[in-house]
Design a protein around this ligand. Structure first.
Ligand code: CO8
Length: 228
C-alpha cells in the first residue's frame, strides 16, 4: 500500500476517503500534500470498488490555503517552470464524484480545493475566503472562475478584491457555495452517506453527469505574484 505522510486514506464500503492531515500548518497545501491528494484521488478513480470520494480536513481547518512559506520561496519563473498548479488541473480530470466535507478554515487554495470538488457540505463552523490579495497574489486555482459560478459576479468580486469578506457556513449556503450546513460532528458522516447513495448508481451515467455539469468551465488563470 502507498505510504502517505500528510493525508489519511481509507474506505467506507464504496466510498474513498481522503483526510488532509497536516495539523501544524492548518493543512496548508504544500507540494507534498497536493501531490499526495492527487495520487490518492487517481488511485480511487481507477479502483472499480469505489463509486465516490470524500475529502475532508480537521475541525479547525479544511485547508488554510497554499503554503505561504513555500510560495514565497518561488520566483515567477519557478512557478511557470514547475507548473505548480498542475495538480489543480489534474483534479478536474477525476471522473468519479468528489464531495468536500468542510469544517473550519477553507481559505485561498483551501476554498479552491473545496470548489474543485463536485459537492460541498459545510460544518457549522466552516468559513470560506479568498485572502490572496492581502499577499499580493490572485486566487490562482479557480477562485476567479469557480467562485463566480458558485456565488455570482458581485459577491465573487467582493470576496476576491477585498480579501477580507469571508463567508461563514450559513452565508456560504445562502450564496449557493455549499449544498448544506450540518453540525461540526455530522458533516463528514453526511458526506459519506451521500457518497454511498451516489455509489449505488450507474457509474458511467454518474461520470457523464459530472462531466456535463462541469462542461462550461473556464480555463484557470495562472498564479501571478505581483511583487516579482
Ligand atoms: N501556509 C503555511 N502555513 C500556514 C498557513 C498557510 N497558508 N496558514 C496557517 N499556517 C500555519 C501558521 O504559520 C501556524 O504555524 P506556526 O504555529 O508554526 O506558526 C499554524 O499554521 C497555525 O496558524 P495560526 O497560528 O495563524 O492560526 P490562527 O488560528 O491564529 O489563524 C488563520 C488561522 C486565520 C487561517 C491564519 O493562519 C491565516 O490567516 N492563514 C493564512 C491564510 C491565507 O492567507 N491563505 C491564502 C494563502 S495564498 C493562496 O492560497 C494562493 C492560492 C493559489 C493557488 C493554490 C496553490 C496551492
Amino acid at each position: 500500500p502507498t505510504k502517505y505522510e500528510m493525508i489519511i486514506v481509507s474506505t467506507d464500503g464504496p466510498v474513498g476517503i481522503i483526510r488532509l492531515n497536516r495539523p501544524d500548518a492548518l493543512n496548508a497545501l504544500c507540494r507534498q500534500l497536493t501531490t499526495e491528494v492527487l495520487q490518492a484521488l487517481k488511485a480511487f478513480d481507477t479502483d472499480r470498488q469505489i463509486g465516490a470520494i470524500v475529502i475532508t480536513g480537521s475541525d479547525r481547518a479544511f485547508a488554510a490555503g497554499a503554503d505561504i512559506k513555500e510560495m514565497y520561496q518561488k520566483k515567477l519563473s519557478d512557478i511557470l517552470n514547475e507548473d505548480v498548479l498542475n495538480w489543480a488541473s489534474e483534479i478536474s480530470s477525476i471522473r468519479k464524484p468528489i464531495i468536500a466535507a468542510v469544517n473550519g478554515y477553507a481559505f485561498g487554495g483551501g476554498c479552491e480545493l473545496a470548489m474543485m470538488c463536485d459537492i460541498i457540505y459545510a460544518g457549522e463552523k466552516a468559513v470560506f475566503g479568498q485572502p490572496e490579495i492581502n499577499l499580493g497574489v490572485i486566487p490562482g486555482a479557480g477562485g476567479t472562475q469557480r467562485l463566480v459560478k458558485a456565488v455570482g459576479k458581485s459577491k465573487a468580486m467582493e470576496i476576491c478584491l477585498t480579501g477580507n469578506v469571508n463567508l461563514r457556513a450559513q452565508e456560504a449556503y445562502a450564496a449557493g457555495l455549499v449544498s448544506g450546513v450540518y453540525p461540526v460532528d455530522k458533516v463528514f458522516s453526511h458526506a459519506v452517506s451521500v457518497a454511498k447513495k451516489i455509489s449505488q448508481q450507474s457509474q458511467p451515467a454518474i461520470a457523464m453527469i459530472k462531466s456535463a455539469i462541469n462542461e462550461c468551465k473556464s480555463p484557470l488563470h495562472i498564479l501571478t505574484i505581483e511583487h516579482y
